[in-house]
Ligand binder design. Structure first.
Ligand code: ADP
Ligand code: MG
Length: 261
């Protein structure tokens, strides 16, 4: 099956607000797909449905050939869907490595109950969790900060920490919601490079991002939402030259969609 994810005619209403209106698109295995659009277009809402935070009002979401619209977010994570949040959701009172261990925990053999009861195997498992978490910290470049309290980290490091924690779920599909927001130019470039390395490790990536250099630089395909409706889909070049897309971004700066060097 070439498509890892299929979003089919998905609509989400919040009272009178139609956050997503009959949206369909697919994500091919091994690709980096961008989901873009002006503020309020419905991007985060779509992420919340794909990660099963809440179900669509109507429509289907199919992951590896299986309907997931009505499963829990915990179940979605165990199927291999991991995400980061636009508003960071790091546990501030935990250390950096503890935050990643929380993510990795989902994939250890024995469950939380066994760990809590201190049955044999716990120590070994803790060690494995620790080593695995350290590997992901190394991958994102935060290894040296492993025992820092998360509340002491600057924004750039917090974004990397969220990424490490999501990777620790060993996802097949990784959803990144504005992972580069607030990062400087150099950090954004490093983030783009990191996302490509994640893809090269076999993880399919769906990114919501406002930084057009990042989107246009790394995405195989871009899906454009405006006021809940999909207005375009295609290669970065195709969407950049699409009249409807340019119009949707007018009023914003035209450079927003063209990207500026
Ligand atoms: N939990 C919610 N309850 C009510 N309205 C919401 C909720 N989440 C999003 N919305 C509304 O849905 C629309 C799309 O929001 P969102 O998906 O956050 O857009 P984007 O991420 O593209 O900026 C907005 O009008 C927003 O106010
Ligand atoms: Mg959003």
């Amino acid at each position: 099956m070439i498509n890892l994810l299929e979003v089919k005619h998905v609509t989400k209403k919040f009272g009178g607000v139609v956050a997503n209106n009959d949206v369909s698109f697919s994500v091919e295995r091994g690709q980096i797909v961008g989901l873009i659009g002006p503020n309020g277009a419905g991007k985060s809402t779509m992420f919340n449905m794909v990660s099963c935070v809440f179900p669509p009002t109507s429509g289907e979401i199919v992951f590896e050939g299986r309907n997931i619209e009505n499963i829990s977010s915990f179940k979605a994570a165990s199927l291999g869907i991991a995400r980061t949040f636009q508003n960071l959701q790091v546990f501030k009172n935990m250390t950096v490595i503890e935050n990643v261990m929380v993510g990795a925990h989902l994939h250890t053999r024995s469950n939380m109950l066994i760990a809590a009861l201190s049955l044999p195997g716990k120590r070994k498992e803790e060690r494995e969790l620790y080593d695995m978490a350290m590997e992901y910290l190394h991958f994102v470049g935060l290894e040296h900060l492993f025992d820092y309290l998360s509340s002491d980290l600057p924004l750039g490091a917090l974004r990397l920490l969220e990424l490490a924690r999501a990777l620790a779920v060993k996802p097949k599909l990784l959803l990144l919601d504005e992972i580069a927001a607030g990062l400087n130019h150099k950090e954004t470039k490093e983030m783009a490079n990191l996302i490509e390395r994640i893809r090269d490790r076999g993880v399919t990536v769906l990114v919501v991002e406002h930084d057009m250099d990042l989107v246009m630089g790394i995405c195989d395909k871009v899906v454009v939402l405006d006021q809940g409706v999909k207005i375009a889909e295609g290669t970065p070049k195709e969407v950049q030259n699409n009249e409807q897309v340019i119009n949707a971004y007018l009023g914003a700066d035209i450079d927003d969609i063209k990207g500026g060097e």
